[in-house]
Every structure is written in C-alpha cells, then in structure tokens.
Design a protein around this ligand. Structure first.
Ligand code: AP5
Ligand code: MG
Length: 292
C-alpha cells in the first residue's frame, strides 16, 4: 500500500498517518520528522534545516530528496508506506515519481485532506507533541488526560514545536498555497487524487480515509505474485498492474484462494506480468519462493 497524504500544515496529516500506519502495518515517512531529527543532531545540514523550518520556509529539495531516497530504500517500506509532508512542490513530486518508478513501486493514491483556514491556524497554534513517542495532542481540541503527561507513553516530554507560533504558521500557510497546493492538480491529472474532508473528529476522518482506501486499493486484489518486490519470500498481491499488498508466505498459505489466484498471474517472455488483462513492467521475469 503506497499512499501519500497531502494537505495544508495542520490539516491532520501526521495524526492520520500514525493511525493508518498502525492499522495497515506500514511506516509513516514524515519529512518534517526527519528534518527535526537532523536539526536536533546539529551539523551544517541540521542547522540549515532548522533555520528554514523556524521561518516556515521549505528546506532545499536536494536535502529533502536525499533523505527520502535513503528512507524509501529501507526494508520496512517493502510492504508499503505512507508519505506525510512530502512532496511539497512540483519538482519534489516529479523526483518522487522517478524514484518510485525506478524502485518499481509507484504511488497508488494521494489522499488530500481538505480543511478550512481558520481551523488550520487553531490546530497549529494549539499543537503539543510528545518528545518521547511522537504522540500529537492539541490544547484546544484534544489535550492529554493529565496536563503535561503523555497518555501514550506516560512521559513528561510534551512540548510545542518551534514553528507552531502564529507568525511562522501564517508563513507556512502562504508557502503551502504557493508551492504545495499545485500538487492537487498534479495528482488529479494522474487520476490518483482522492479528497477527504478534514473537518470533524479524528476518528471520523480516519474512517473516511479508511473507506477510500478500502474502496480504491484493497478490493482490487486480483492476483498473488510469489516473491515479488523484495526477494525475501514476501507474496505481493497485484491489481491492475500495480502492487497493492503483500504478506508473508505463512500468512498467504492460510488464505485458501491463494493457489487459484496464483494462476491468474502469467509471466510472458517479454518480462511483463499479465494480470487480469493488464500489463506491468517487472524487473525479474520469474518468481521465487523461499525453500522450506
Ligand atoms: P511538517 O512537520 O511536515 O509540517 P506540515 O506539513 O507543515 O504539517 P504539520 O505537521 O504542521 O501538520 P499536520 O498536517 O501533520 O497536522 P497534525 O496531524 O500534526 O513540516 C515542518 C517544516 O519542515 C516545514 O515548514 C518545512 O520547513 C520543512 N519540511 C517538511 N517537509 C518538507 C519537504 N518535503 N520539503 C521541504 N521542506 C520540508 O495536526 C495538527 C494539530 O491539529 C495537532 O494538534 C492535532 O492534535 C490537531 N488535530 C489533527 N486532526 C484534528 C481533528 N480532526 N480535530 C481536531 N484537532 C485535530
Ligand atoms: Mg505533520
């Protein structure tokens, strides 16, 4: 499952990415979190990132792209990922398309969380984050049960992000409108955009997103390709020429239709896998399964 969460600062991308990551067992990749880590670590790159973030400006594409490429090459992303806060402009989106196509794992859907501007400002200025586990709260909408203590990990590490003040929040919204909002049309043109209303409670929004994912990605599973993608014995479920899910051989064994589904995937001499009448380019023409 390869998902991108798009939306203005404060639209709830981080909150929803955490819930979706737990639900589907895939990692959240937040460039904001990666950059905050780099900033905390010091160094030239960290200092440059810190200055840009404090001003509400974007960090340079070169720095961000390098970080994302490294992160996407880690093995935990083979089952999928949720991109949160990246890409932030058209050049980043084009570079991401190139990278994911090269990795043979193109994006499946971009979920655009749409929230009105007044709500955004209140969400940003009220945000509190746990420095221990990353849990996100809001002093207006969702404060922790005990003041100053994280509900999730019990530590007293709740703090405000450096850029969550009115002036920086305002500039981030200007930068969003100028640089990031054009991505709505970019993904619309690719027919990958789905819009979700980001107003209402966190759980309601999560349910809306879950419904879209379940409607768009999950029921399309029409075939199981053995050993696809990772070369680590993972079974990859293909739909419409795209990888839509993966599971370990033991889990796949338990699902009775696996054998029947396997027959629907045929590898041609040209090195393409034909699934339900559609073709998708493959790196390896044959499939492998770990020996027992
Ligand atoms: P980043 O950390 O990515 O911030 P952002 O995209 O600006 O978005 P936020 O994290 O502010 O908001 P969010 O949508 O995640 O909302 P959240 O769930 O936290 O980026 C920070 C900076 O890093 C950027 O300004 C830039 O300098 C740099 N950067 C990052 N990526 C970059 C890139 N790709 N290229 C260049 N530079 C980059 O929720 C917000 C608040 O609302 C929380 O308090 C939450 O509890 C609350 N809330 C959420 N949902 C609800 C709800 N339904 N009801 C009530 N409250 C809610
Ligand atoms: Mg965030």
């Amino acid at each position: 499952m390869r998902i991108l969460l798009l939306g203005a600062p404060g639209s709830g991308k981080g909150t929803q990415a955490k819930l979706l990551g737990e639900r589907y067992g895939i990692p959240q990749i937040s460039t904001g979190d990666l950059l905050r880590e780099a900033a905390a670590g010091g160094g030239k790159l960290g200092r440059r990132a810190k200055a840009a973030m404090a001003a509400g400006e974007l960090v340079s594409d070169e720095v961000v792209l390098g970080m994302v490429e490294q992160r996407l090459k880690k093995p935990d992303t083979k089952r999928g990922f949720i991109l949160d806060g990246f890409p932030r402009n058209i050049p980043q989106a084009q570079a991401l398309d190139g990278l994911l196509n090269w990795l043979g794992r193109p994006l499946q859907v971009t979920l655009y969380i749409n929230v009105n501007q007044d709500t955004l400002v209140k969400r940003l200025t009220g945000r509190i984050t746990c420095g221990g586990c990353g849990a996100i709260y809001n002093e207006f909408f969702s404060p922790p049960r005990k003041s100053g203590v994280c509900d999730a990990c019990g530590r007293r590490k709740l703090k405000k992000r450096g850029d969550d003040n009115a002036a920086t929040a305002h500039n981030r919204l200007v930068v969003y409108e100028r640089d990031t909002e054009p991505l709505v049309d970019y993904y619309k043109a690719q027919q990958k955009l789905r819009t979700v209303s980001g107003d209402g409670g966190v759980k309601d929004i999560c349910a809306r997103i879950g419904n879209l994912i379940d409607a768009d990605i999950r029921p399309l599973s029409t075939a199981v390709e053995l050993g696809g993608g990772g070369g680590d014995g993972v079974q990859t479920i293909i739909s419409g020429g795209q990888v839509v899910a993966a599971e370990s051989p033991s889990a796949a064994k338990k699902s009775a239709p696996a054998k029947k589904k396997k027959k629907t995937a045929a590898v041609s001499r040209a090195g393409t896998t034909k699934v339900a009448g559609k073709k998708t380019a493959r790196k390896k023409p044959t499939t492998t399964r770990r020996k027992k």
